[in-house]
Design a protein around this ligand. Sequence first.
Ligand SMILES: [Fe+2]
Length: 177
Amino acid sequence: MAKQFEEKKFNIPKLKGISEKTIEEHLKLYAGYVKNANTMLEEKEYNRRFSFEFNGMRNHEIYFSHFEGGSTPLTTGSPLLQAGFDLEKFKTLALTRGVGWAMLVWDPVSKQLLNNWVDEQHLGQLNSCIPILALDMWEHSFVADYQPSGKKQYIEDFFANLNWRQVEENFSNATQK
Ligand SMILES: [Fe+2]
């Protein structure tokens, strides 16, 4: 019998721009990914949508954990910047049309950070790479608070709410693997 995935709990403070209601509804969607991934583990026939549910679960776990501990700034001495991370380029990537994720990943083979767009939850995930930063660009993450036209402001507020120390910790953990 396969091990079941656990629904994680997040301690998310009050955020700038992104309402408690949006977070509450968004966490319900996350719980659905965990539930569906678990259901698929038990099915006799292999389900080809497993990667959608699994990555939907993991992507959201990274996203919500970014808010934990409250906002901290990206400083000039950040190891992310020293490793070549370009925030403005990442913001441009996040404006990619369609639903999906803007992601910063660590490639343990070439030992470098890569920016990458993932369609839906799973299309375009880079093999062997470890996610460091994940920005949900599905409309459910911002439309109730920002309207479709407010995508840019949502991206700005996401970074204003971000705990950069947590992202740096992801980076440190990834590079030690
Ligand atoms: Fe989402």
